[in-house]
Design a binder for this molecule. Sequence first.
Ligand code: ADP
Ligand code: MG
Length: 188
Amino acid sequence: KAATFPVTKTLDTFDVAASSIPANTFHHLATLEWIRSRSNLAFIGPPGTGKTHTLIALGHAAATTGMKVKYCTAADLIEQLYRGLADNSVGRTIENLTRNDLLIIDEIGFAPLDNTGTQLLFRLVAAAYERRSLAIASHWPFEQWGHFLPEQTTAVSILDRLLHHATVVVTNGESHRMKDARHHREAT
Ligand code: ADP
Ligand code: MG
């Protein structure tokens, strides 16, 4: 099944110069070499700074080269794993998710996880560790992940595996959405 994304975003419609992502980092990511070497990617930064755009564009590029890619939000993912608890299929769900070369988990931390959700996220991250690439985005800096992951030891274990082989990109600056809205106002 071809990868599906909530919106269409591509690398060539991303204005790197207008973003806080260093050009060399962007070009390194665009080679997709990090996916071939099973390393991870994390975008950390406030809303509107291009996290989702870049994740989807990279996923799209990877799918174009024949890689298996899946995009989900953390909320979708945790809900899917939770459903597996009811009929004992968590293991199978995780196995299916880690069949992808690249699993994108967007919007981590929008909603707090309970202890069970944290454990489920750990199982997934552990299953993917050094076998598959995870690309994530969150508006929470890592040292504040305790805000949405209540169980500290598990949170540390998740971050440990996620970040062992990873490119971390901290995005900042003015929200591109706000900029768009302002230009629109100025034009009218
Ligand atoms: P985030 O996920 O960080 O909240 P998004 O990636 O959804 O932000 O970006 C918000 C909107 O601004 C999207 O429509 C996105 O395509 C656009 N955008 C953000 N940064 C750039 C950029 N550098 N070049 C082109 N479009 C951008
Ligand atoms: Mg986003």
